[in-house]
Write a protein that binds this ligand. Structure first.
Ligand code: PLP
Length: 391
């Protein structure tokens, strides 16, 4: 069976060039980057090369890039690190209700330690209003953490405006840019962020490696205790192969960011137009304009998302009901609830996410089977039948 992967927001396939860049550090150049002999120096050179490649992708200085085990660790390190480095007794954090759990659960853990947190709400657009962020600020606010692109809807947040607010009120600003780095232009200067999280496996790099951008001069209490790696900012022997892979993935993404963005958004638009034409009673969730080029979240009234994902999988097509880490949960996605969807609307919503290896053939083959899958699921729905809908 031909398989089609439309779940690139969960993770992306490793680029072959990335695999080649990693291989030497798994085989012959296996040294520890802290060792002073030849083996160590090979590893150290690979780590420093990757630091430059990542820095170039986000317009940072290499010294501002710290390698971590991925997006979750970077989010934790940024938020806890800023809060713990601040001396004042009353501390307040502003974040958004649509953040990934790596941010939300970190904030909730801080609340248990006495830190107060404001979760700014969003409307149906799935975009944070900077005025709401301004209204949430207090004299004791130490950090604003607002994601760049939402992982479920793909909606892009107004970081430049929030960055200006952070400067005006002299508050640190972190963004979880896991879903946007490598897909749209990410420039730490333009966005005005002090800390930025990224993860290799969302840009055709390996899993289990990421980075945290820390603006020069930002005081951060490290999350872990250990050796003096990463200039005392993140202890632990460097994952040389993973880091080399992240560097190569960053270089590849930067080489054709605009062209690839145009190509994928054209495919995404072709997909959406095809679905909306062929399937009645469906709606695109979130702001259709302020979005990643890769993501489409569509609500098919009167279907059960899990059933849809399974039916599509049986036909070789991989898509998702929302964040991969929340799949299997019976609760509707917090993001879809946050944009005002009712329980059954949230459960009827499907995320399709494209990537570098998505093709027009993939889209057309998906469009060939999708309407019949929706129709079949609806024919089994008592609510659909009692609604007496004829289209
Ligand atoms: N933040 C966002 C927005 C994500 O989509 C993800 C992964 O799904 C993460 C953080 C976590 O990243 P990682 O899987 O590298 O820990």
């Amino acid at each position: 069976m031909r398989r089609i992967y439309l779940d690139n927001n969960a993770t992306t396939p490793l680029a072959p060039e990335v695999f080649e860049a990693m291989k030497p550090y798994l085989l012959e150049d296996y040294g520890n980057a802290s060792s002073i002999h030849w083996y160590g120096q090979q590893a150290k050179a690979a780590v420093e090369r990757a630091r430059e490649q990542v820095a170039r992708l986000i317009n940072a200085r290499p010294s501002e890039v710290v390698f971590t085990s991925g997006g979750t660790e970077s989010d934790n390190a940024a938020i806890v690190g800023i809060v713990e480095a601040t001396r004042s007794t009353a501390k307040h954090v502003v974040t958004a209700s649509i953040e990934h759990h790596a941010v939300l659960n970190t904030c909730q853990a801080l609340e248990k330690r006495g830190v107060s947190v404001t979760y700014v709400r969003v409307g149906a657009s799935g975009v944070v209003d900077p005025d709401d962020v301004r209204r949430a600020l207090r004299p004791e606010t130490v950090l604003i953490s607002v994601m760049h692109a939402n992982n479920e809807l793909g909606t892009l947040q107004p970081l430049e405006e929030i960055g200006r607010l952070a400067r005006e009120y002299d508050v640190y600003f972190h963004t979880d840019a896991v879903q946007s780095v490598g897909k749209v232009s990410v420039d730490v200067e333009k966005l005005g962020v002090d800390l930025l999280t990224l993860s290799a496996h969302k840009l055709h790099g390996p899993k289990g490696v990421g980075a945290l951008y820390i603006r020069r001069g930002t005081a951060l209490r490290p999350l872990l205790y250990g050796g003096h790696h990463e200039r005392d900012r993140r202890p632990g022997t460097e994952n040389t192969a993973g880091i080399a892979g992240l560097g190569k993935a960053a270089e590849l993404a930067r080489a054709d960011l605009e062209g690839e963005g145009r190509r994928v958004s054209a495919l995404r638009d072709r997909f959406e137009a095809g679905v909306l034409r062929a399937v009645p009673l469906c709606t695109v969730n979130g702001d259709p304009a302020r979005r990643l080029p890769t993501t489409s979240n569509i609500r098919f009234e009167y279907i059960e998302g899990e059933g849809f994902v399974i039916a599509m999988d049986l036909r070789g097509i991989a898509c998702s009901t929302g964040a991969a880490c929340s799949s299997g949960s019976l609760e509707p996605s917090h993001v879809l609830s946050a944009i005002g969807l009712k329980h059954e609307q949230a459960r009827a919503s499907i995320r399709f996410s494209l990537g570098r290896y998505s093709t027009a053939e993939d889209i057309d083959a998906t469009l060939e089977v999708l309407p019949a899958v929706v129709e079949q699921l609806r024919s089994l729905s008592p609510r659909y039948k009692t609604a007496g809908i004829r289209v």
